[in-house]
Structures are given as structure tokens and as C-alpha cells.
Design a protein. Sequence first.
Length: 237
Amino acid sequence: MFGGLAAVDGVSLECHVGRVHAVIGPNGAGKTTLINLLSGDLAPSAGRIEILGREVGGLPPHRISQLGVGRSYQRTNIFMGFTAFENCRLAAQVRLPSSMRFIRPASSYGPVNQAAQRVIDVCGLGSKTHQKASELSHGERRQLEVAMTLATSPKVLLLDEPLAGMGAEEAERMVELLRRLGEEHAMLLVEHDMDAVFAIAATLTVMVDGRVLASGTPAEIRANAQVQEAYLGAAGE
């Protein structure tokens, strides 16, 4: 609730490994708020949030992350002065038993370094490993953010507009990456690029004014007259 306004009201959905679940809707529909609730960035005022069989509503973000949830943000959330490898290594370090080890150099943690390089390669940034984030293109920065999310070893991915601001070629690479990641993770995807959504998602939920307008397969959503009127327009034809 925000000053009496229910930004997310009565939304119920499920995510499963191998079936990307996309949430779409106009600006202000409550999509990012939904991800913030699932990731712990916001505490729910009512309802139940269960991830991997455990009730997590009200837990802080770091605890939810430790349970196996990784998320990305609308705005790129990376360290511009760090290399791609350093960004991913920092993300991978959250899985260490203790982060309060200031004397031992980060380069000495073999498994952490290996994890960082692995996700960089998975996300197609192998040639950019030692390049500073500030020198990467917009699309590469978005790929790096996904890599950092993967470095935390998540089972569930919450991705908020990973294709935002991309050109056609960059978007194509990201779509292929998300398709591959969806085979091994439970993924909730918030995205405005309808071509990408219909190419990736097995299930779509349409939100309007904080509520679910419709939920179903891509074909069912395309054919839904209410969805066409409220959001898809010509895209639903």
C-alpha cells in the first residue's frame, strides 16, 4: 500500500524451471512493485510470498538472495570503475561464508574467480572480461548485470526490463541469453518489448492498475480482447 493505494492487489502467479513467466502491462501497472515485493525490497502489507517452498514475505533482500533469488533492476546497477570480471567477482563473493575477510586478497579465492569467469562467458562477455564497465556498450552493460545476478548462484531470476534501451542486434543477443537461462532457472520477466516477450515466455500475466487482467499462454493473451484494448493494441492482432 502507498498512501492507501494498492500498487499490487490480489496478484497470484507461479514460476517454474523451464517455463519463463513474463509480466506485462502499461507504465504504473505495478510490475516493478511486484518484483520489489518478491525480492524483499518492499515488505508486503498482506498476502503470502513463497519461494522454493519457504514463506519469505517480509524478509530483507539479503536473506531472500541467500535463499536463491537473484534480481536485476530497470536501471543498470553495476560499478562503472570495475572491470566486468571484478563486478562479477564481487557478486559471487556474497556466497562466501563470511564477507568480513579484509586481509586475504580477492584474487586468492579460486572458486569465486571461477564462478565470475563462468558467468561472464555464459553471458557472452568473454572478450570483455578485463574491460571496465564504463567502456562497455549499453547492451553489454545489461548483459553484465545479468551475469552479476547469475554469479550469486540463483535458482530464481527476477529480471526487470533487461532489454530496456537496446538496439535490435543487442536485443536479439539478450533474447537468446534469456531463453537459455530460462531452461535452467525459474524466471519472472518484466519487459515492454513485446517481440521479446512472445519469443521467450511460456506464460504471460497482464497487469493493469495493480491487478491481474489476464494470465495464460502467449496465444491466449494475444487473442484476449480485454488485453488488446488495455495494452497490446495492434500487437495482439
